[in-house]
Each structure stands twice: as C-alpha cells, then as structure tokens.
Design a protein around this ligand. Structure first.
Ligand SMILES: [Zn+2]
Length: 164
C-alpha cells in the first residue's frame, strides 16, 4: 500500500459503499496496522474507517480509551449496528472534515456485531463516547458522513477553531 494519508471531503471514496471482508489474511492485518497508525497521527483521532485512507473495505478502528479509560481499542471488520437507544444531540468532528464540527443526533447506547481481525464474530453493547464513535465509523463504511445527519447546515455547522 502506498503511504496512507487522510482523504478529505469531497473525495468520492468517502461516498462509496464498502465491500465486506471475506479473506482474513496478512493484507487485512496490514490494513488494520495502517489505520491505527494514521488514526494515532491525528490529534482528534478516536476512530477511523478504511475509506478515509482510500480503501473501500468494511474495516474501521474505534479507540476512545483516552476519553474513557474503561474501553479498549476495537478492530471492527464488517460491523453492523443491531440496535440503538438514547438519542442525543451533540457536537462532533471528523478527520475527513478538518475545518468543521457540527451538531447532530447520535446515540449513547448501541448494540453491534462485527468480526475481529481473525474473522471471529463478536457482539457488544457500547455506551457514551464509544457508542457515538461506533455509529460514526459504521456510517463511513456505508458512505454516510456526519454532515448527512445535520438538520441545518447554516446553524449547526461550525468552523473548527482549535488547531490540529
Ligand atoms: Zn469521520
């Protein structure tokens, strides 16, 4: 893989629906390692999806352990959200939109299923920031971006003031 960097909106790869992973081999492990490295290189990075580095495969990483020490890094292959509860309007950002944050509705409780990097099926309930991040990354794998959930781009989209 050529050196990976974050694809930013309106790169068309961000709108592509990803393909499910069916082969759990070394190239998948390499993709996971690259995603983790690129995510860690970004100061706001708590999650990343493969399309954000130009790969249209259903692979994402969620790691909110800095904000919620009870959590661990999740390697999500072919993730599917099964149930969501506790809607909440909140401000969030996305590495593919370095200049903006936005108010939108997420859920503070999600139940989801995925495969780990060895292809084993897993299921979990996440709450709080982890739930919100899982929802954001699973959206990326469907070509859905956080701006799609914003009710009014005029009032609910904000320039990101902090440096990154
Ligand atoms: Zn994002």
């Amino acid at each position: 893989m050529k050196s990976a960097s974050i694809r930013t909106f309106p790169d068309p790869i961000l709108r592509k629906k990803t393909q499910a992973v069916t082969v759990f081999d070394r190239s998948l492990l390499k993709l996971v390692a690259t995603l983790v490295r690129v995510m860690k290189s970004q100061s706001h990075g708590i999650g990343i999806a493969a399309p954000q580095i130009g790969v249209a495969k259903s692979v994402a990483i969620v790691d909110v352990s800095k904000r919620d020490p009870k959590t661990k890094r999740l390697i999500l292959v072919n993730p599917v959200i099964l149930e969501k509860k506790e809607p909440e309007a909140r401000k969030e950002g996305c590495m593919s939109f370095p200049d903006y944050t936005a108010f939108l509705k997420r859920h503070r409780w999600v139940r989801f299923r995925w495969q780990n990097e060895r292809g084993e099926f897993c299921e979990k309930i996440s709450t709080g920031i982890e739930a919100i991040c899982v929802e954001h990354e699973v959206d990326h794998l469907k070509g859905v971006l956080f701006i799609d959930h914003v009710t009014c781009l005029k009032t609910d989209l904000f320039p990101r003031s902090s440096s990154h």
